[in-house]
Design a protein. Structure first.
Length: 42
């Protein structure tokens, strides 16, 4: 039974409120940004 990543993301988006998705994306973006800032300053 094939289970594609796109199917998973679609099901996840349908089952989880979109604001939660945006919050997670925002957190991961801020984390990447702070890591870059640390590497530049360090």
């Amino acid at each position: 039974m094939a289970f594609s990543e796109l199917d998973f993301k679609t099901k996840l988006h349908q089952s989880v409120p979109s604001y939660s998705i945006g919050h997670l994306i925002g957190l991961s973006f801020k984390d990447r940004h702070s890591q870059q800032a640390r590497s530049i300053n360090g």
